[in-house]
Design a protein. Structure first.
Length: 231
């Protein structure tokens, strides 16, 4: 069975979502938002339908995702401004995180970020707590051959590129590891995230849903490896 037939779908994101988010970026204030609240509610409902389809597609290769509902995955558009100098009340994006524990819990997962000119899909884990990060590093150290096999596969390289920028890293080896450790470049990492960016045009193409599902499917072994460290 081909990848296209495995992920066959006719759903896609609507151009109106990009238009709404572009308007919000220019007018990020409560007055504008209240005037466009009906538009927001419509786009939110459409995005949740899209997310439900993504759940169904991801569940075909990661059964742990099947129990999720869109409300478990979709982030609120309101920003938490209590401790931020940036007081804009709303995010300029729609986003969803697919993880067996839900978006509010830890662990590696699948992330989709929709924002005009800045959309991307990602797999992995971003800035895990120190205890969880230590377990991931230990898993990589103990099973480095398996880790290398995952990230050096032709499918992984074709999808995420040959030089993945995982995130911020330490300047020195973490405690308990030496500079000559074969895995030291990965052991220094604070995050393990591989991403694929999208143009606004790609977001509204009929194959967008299956394109994202294909990216997530490629990243599933990475997510399984990382989550195994905590389990």
């Amino acid at each position: 069975m081909s990848t296209d037939s495995f992920f066959y779908t006719i759903n896609m994101l609507a151009p109106s979502l990009i238009k709404f988010l572009a308007g919000l970026r220019k007018n990020n204030n409560k007055g504008w938002f209240d005037l466009h609240r009906n538009e927001y509610e419509s786009e939110k409902n459409n995005f949740r339908s899209f997310v439900q389809e993504m759940i169904d597609l991801i569940a075909k290769f990661d059964a742990s995702i099947a129990v999720l509902q869109p409300k478990d995955c979709v982030f609120r558009i309101n920003r938490d401004v209590r401790f931020s100098k940036d007081k804009r009340p709303y995010k300029n994006n729609f986003a969803a995180y697919f993880n067996k524990r839900g978006k509010k819990n830890g662990g590696a997962g699948y992330y989709l970020h929709i924002e005009p000119g800045k959309s991307f899909a990602a797999v992995g884990i971003w800035m895990p707590p120190a205890e969880e990060l230590a377990l991931i590093r230990q898993e990589i150290d103990y099973n480095f051959d398996e880790w290398k096999k995952i990230i050096s596969s032709s499918t992984f390289k074709k999808t995420f590129g040959t030089d993945v920028q995982w995130g911020d890293s330490l300047s020195r080896p973490p405690k308990g590891y030496t500079a000559d450790n074969p895995a030291i470049d990965f052991l220094k990492q604070k995050s393990f995230v591989a991403t694929v960016s999208f143009t606004d045009k790609e977001l509204v193409e009929k194959n967008f849903t299956q394109k994202v599902a294909g990216i997530f499917r490629t990243g599933q072994p990475l997510i399984e490896f990382i989550n195994r460290s905590a389990d």
